[in-house]
Design a protein around this ligand. Structure first.
Ligand SMILES: *[C@@H]1O[C@H](CO)[C@@H](O)[C@H](O)[C@H]1NC(C)=O
Ligand SMILES: *[C@@H]1O[C@H](CO)[C@@H](O)[C@H](O)[C@H]1NC(C)=O
Ligand SMILES: *[C@@H]1O[C@H](CO)[C@@H](O)[C@H](O)[C@H]1NC(C)=O
Length: 520
């Protein structure tokens, strides 16, 4: 169950360590890359199928269809994503009938998450405490996170992508570097490409910051430390960084796979040190204002602002739920597509919700799925609230979270710190309470505290949470006191700024410029 979180880590040091540690430039020949020509006005997207990894790309295709209907848009991914592409394409063509539907090309091989599952990985293994207590588990998992595919699976997908590139002959490719075989194939063929990933600026560029500040100023991945790292935690922060980097550099299983892949024609398989290249445009949904201060941002990086999907308005997606949302200001509890509740976590959440509902006129929408077997008694404290309709439990949300927040009825988003959840709430301007469970999720909790747009909901007990901690973070964000007013205002201000940045429309504009072939 590798969420994007897991892989973000990889990407972080991936792009990062390269710059910091390698004295020589990533590519030996320093001249401009020789580009494969490609078919004019043709764009190909290459991503994994997991929503955590593909949502920013899917959202961007939507904007391309709306704004640049003359372009021909292709999307290659695993078959699981086809339904999503078809529906976003239909929606866009409905809005702009002059655009062409997206052509979907299914890839052979296994998705990132399927491959992780095959290695015996699951959510229980992913959950880890922050800092010292969690670093061993995290480092153990790194080799798997970097390349969950078996070497033959990786090769099969790589070859299939070469085929698709040949058939479509795109003028520009938009690629998520987490799909290793895709980046390898694009670079083998020398295709012009753009990197688009859900990651933040810190994830990818922290190592470029001056004075080795990644070690002493920015919280180490998964540390949960505040920004800037306080003096007394600097030694621990340095240790966590070094240990993590060591685990990325020292990967015997990965080395075996790479020998196989090289023998089969991939010159530099999954070369984590050259993902960032200054010749190719890099699009990110981070903004300098929504990130820790980053004095160095490379020239070829465009900070687009939050990129997320927005389809039909809430009332069209589910009129009944939309009507319920309009009854009272609502707290949305949605820990993403992967996180489920064990009995302990559910019980603590129930106490905190009971407390919140007894003190306020708010209502709560809780996306709830069980982990393990336990009785419904866990809800006994809130039966009345459920009957009265002030607490609503759903297995899945029939309105997408962005559209839900856009109704203006959501007063706080309680989530696990996934990039999509963070950027959606940021973009709409809704305060956030973050309950991180692994790796980079801890960074998002630190980030909302630093930005003043929400709360780290479980700093003492993460990856668990207690009702006491939940109640106190609920009050900080929701009790209408001074702090909660300040948080609400800052979240709205950053939301406005984010919308001005353009998000998916900005990304689409940049891609469209690179899709046009100039006169010879
Ligand atoms: C989290 O809670 C579970 C009980 O559900 C417990 O077994 C585990 O040790 C706790 N983890 C931490 C890091 O406190
Ligand atoms: C609810 O009221 C109790 C008792 O007055 C208080 O301890 C708690 O902090 C309040 N919770 C919230 C969320 O305001
Ligand atoms: C590519 O398409 C653009 C826009 O349609 C056009 O202006 C340009 O001349 C074309 N380039 C070539 C080489 O045909």
């Amino acid at each position: 169950m590798a969420n994007r979180l897991l892989y973000l880590i990889g990407a972080l040091l991936v792009a990062g360590t390269s710059v910091f540690f390698s004295r020589s430039p990533p590519s030996p020949d320093s001249g401009p890359p020789k580009l494969f020509p490609g078919r004019n006005n043709t764009v190909l997207f290459l991503t994994d199928a997991h929503p955590g990894m593909s949502n920013v790309h899917v959202a961007t295709t939507h904007a391309l269809l709306l704004s640049y209907p003359d372009l021909s848009i292709h999307y290659a991914s695993f078959p699981k994503l086809e339904k999503t592409i078809t529906s976003i394409s239909n929606f866009a063509v409905h809005q702009n009938p002059t655009s062409n539907p997206i052509a979907f090309h299914p890839l052979v091989g296994k998705t990132y998450v399927e491959s992780l599952d095959d290695t015996g990985f699951n959510i229980e293994k992913a959950i880890q405490p922050s800092g010292f207590r969690g670093i061993a588990a995290l480092c153990n998992n790194m080799q798997t996170f970097l390349m969950p595919w078996t070497a033959p699976d990786y090769l099969a997908t790589y070859k299939d992508i070469l085929r698709v590139l040949g058939e479509i002959d795109p003028f520009i490719v938009v690629v998520d570097p987490m799909l290793g075989p895709a980046l390898d194939a694009v670079r083998t063929q020398g295709r012009n490409h753009v990197v688009l990933s859900p990651n933040t600026l810190k994830d990818n560029f922290v190592s470029m910051q001056p004075w080795g500040s990644m070690f002493w100023k920015y919280p180490a991945i998964s540390s949960g430390y505040p920004y800037p790292v306080p003096w007394h935690l600097i030694p621990a922060n340095i240790y966590l960084n070094i240990r993590f980097i060591y685990s990325v550099l020292n990967t015997p299983h990965l080395a075996e796979k790479k020998v196989f892949l090289k023998a089969n024609g991939i010159a530099k398989p999954l070369d984590v040190f050259s993902i960032y290249q200054k010749e190719y445009l890099w699009l990110t949904q981070s903004l300098p204002e929504s990130e820790f201060p980053m004095p160095v941002i490379p020239d070829n990086v465009v900070t687009c602002g939050p990129i997320f999907r927005s389809s039909a308005p809430a009332a069209e997606q589910d009129p009944e739920l939309a009507a319920w949302l309009s009854r009272a200001p609502t707290v949305l509890i949605n820990l993403g597509s992967t996180v489920t509740f064990d009995e302990y976590g559910a019980g603590e959440m129930v106490h905190a919700i009971k407390n919140l509902l007894s003190n306020t006129t708010l209502q709560v929408l809780w996306k709830f799925n069980k982990r393990g077997i336990y009785s419904r008694d866990v809800f006994s404290e809130v039966w009345k609230e459920i009957e009265d309709g002030r607490l609503r439990l759903e297995k899945w949300l029939s309105i997408d979270p962005a559209a839900m927040m856009e109704t203006g009825n959501i007063v706080a988003s309680v989530h696990h710190g996934g990039a999509n959840c963070f950027f959606e709430a940021l973009g709409v301007g809704v305060p956030q309470i973050i309950l991180p469970l692994w790796v980079d999720l801890y960074d998002y909790a630190t980030r909302v505290e630093y930005l003043g747009i929400g709360a780290f909901g479980n700093p003492a007990s993460a990856p668990n949470w207690t009702s006491q901690e939940l109640s106190s973070s609920f009050s900080r964000v929701l009790d209408s006191g001074e702090e909660s007013v300040r948080i609400g205002k800052k979240a709205r201000d950053l939301g406005e700024l984010s919308r001005k940045a353009g998000g998916k429309f900005r990304a689409a504009k940049e891609i469209s410029k690179l899709a046009r072939r100039g006169p010879e």
